[in-house]
Design a protein around this ligand. Sequence first.
Ligand SMILES: [Zn+2]
Length: 354
Amino acid sequence: MAGHFLLSPAARDFPLAKIEKMSEAEVHSFFTEIRWGKDGTQVCPLCGTSDKHYWNAKRKQWRCKSVGCGHSFSVTSATKFADHKLPLRTILKAIMIYVTNVKGISASALGRQLGVAYMTAFTLLHKLRESIMDHADQEPLEGLVHIDGAHVSGRIRKPRVKSKATKTQARDKVPPDAFPYHPNRRIVMVLRSVDPTGKTGAIRSIVRIVPSESREWAEPLAKEFVKRGATIMTDEHPAYGLYMARYTHATVNHSVEFSTDDGVNNNQAESFFSRMRRLVIGQVHRVTPKYMLDYVTEIGWREDNRRVSTTLMVKDVLGKTQKSRSRWWRGYWQGDHRDDEIMFVPKAGKPVSQ
Ligand SMILES: [Zn+2]
């Protein structure tokens, strides 16, 4: 049997030492080539003209050749790192550290490794998540699809003191008849297309946050993100009971087995949740509903790219940061925050079950 992918040469083809050895010009070219290709042209972010624009080596900026424009721009203009103060090399290192920490990385750990403030590392990481979220492939899945849901956050804290509580201690206690979940509880639903031969596992994931694991949400999710005629595998949860008309639906009873004799399982959904728990428990410790989709989309990306070389993962994430500006992380520390959490909103129309 072949060794684990992370032990292969492809997994260590872009180490920090390589980034350290790159010249300033090489780092700059790395960014320009991913953004605009290797032919030496740039696209002016203001007017959209593609040309070999005037280069100002001292300012590391181009001036647009288009008549009436003359806009000056750099390789990070109109990207997630517009107006950044970090050297490009530091951004490149951050992306490399981010993609190689397969269970995610906390802002404090990244800050210590890069020698940057916690606030800087925090927004940097969130810009990477935002990029992955903004440019994830959301085309409906086909073929074999595993679907499952799991709750995140919102476990009520256990009483601090078990008995003989004083008045103050009793205040921390959960009443015995209390609903066992906090209002922050959310369900993460994952839909993953899977290699039907079983050789390479999951191919692509779509992740959404919903209020409950129920038909009300499971049906419109499948309708929007799984093509008609696909084979869906789930556990026996009643949320998935009405997939029959539109899809071939097979279930596995998890109280008995993880895979039936016929090979029905939803192990790829389980694999996603396993990595998600490692991120939540082991790295970031607390995920609030407001930014939950950011973290779980990151996990979907990590799962789908688990066998991709480090170089290609770095290029993919850097390329995604270059496609658009940041909506949520430019003025974060000045108090400019996203308004609300991002929940799945079903498209209007007839429900799947009529
Ligand atoms: Zn221009």
